[in-house]
Write a protein that binds this ligand. Structure first.
Ligand code: VGL
Ligand code: ZN
Length: 199
């Protein structure tokens, strides 16, 4: 059984949003179309408390897009984004949300960030996504969404690690590209780990 994992297609990651990903809006029709090809569809959402430790404002002297530290791990300091219950955290208008079977929230604990839809970055707490997929009889997943170089990449790598045959739908993803080339490098990293790249 195959599942589509739709990663963080939320208002704050669209152009004009708090952490807008260039071209993020362009994936909406593409994701909606791919949904038709999968018997199970899950979505992850970034779902931070307002005092979340990934936000630059919650680090004295911290600047947006600089590297800081959180929970003993290197942490990019982000603008405030995807605050629980805010408009920015809602799924993007135009995403076919009625087709989503389950939603998994991540980044809910103040003290650690969570790029992967499966675990926090310290790998201490699972979101339940892996167990849910296994309970549904899923053995193969395709990953799409935002952002290619962060949450999509970590979700795809974790899916492999959890034993799922994993592919990446490149046209249904966009990335942040904090450094030019980040998206290309992320795709290469996924490919060399064993993720099948679909165009
Ligand atoms: C994401 C940065 C911070 C993502 C989430 O969804 O890729 N990136 N939080
Ligand atoms: Zn986040």
């Amino acid at each position: 059984m195959k599942a589509l994992i739709v990663v963080d297609v939320q208002n704050d990651f669209l152009p004009g949003g708090a952490l807008g990903v260039p071209g993020g809006n362009e994936i909406l029709p593409v994701v909606n179309r791919w949904m038709e090809a999968f018997p199970r569809i899950v979505a992850t959402r970034d779902w931070h408390p307002p005092d979340h430790g990934s936000f630059a404002v919650n680090h004295p002297g911290g600047k947006v897009f600089e590297l800081g530290e959180l929970d003993g791990l290197p942490q990019v300091l982000w603008p405030v984004h995807c605050v629980q219950e805010s408009r920015g955290a809602e799924f993007a208008d135009g995403l076919a949300v009625d087709r989503i079977d389950r939603v998994f929230s991540k980044g809910t604990r103040v003290e650690v960030d969570s790029y992967s839809g499966f675990h926090d970055n310290g790998r201490r707490h699972a979101t339940g996504l892996g167990d849910w997929l296994r309970a549904q009889g899923v053995d193969e997943v395709a990953v799409c969404g935002l952002a290619t170089d962060y949450c999509v990449k970590f979700t795809a790598l974790d899916a492999l690690r959890e034993g799922f045959r994993t592919s990446l739908i490149v046209d249904a993803c966009r990335g942040v590209n904090l450094e030019p080339g980040d998206v290309e490098r992320a795709v290469e990293e996924m490919q060399s780990a064993g993720v099948e790249i679909l165009k």
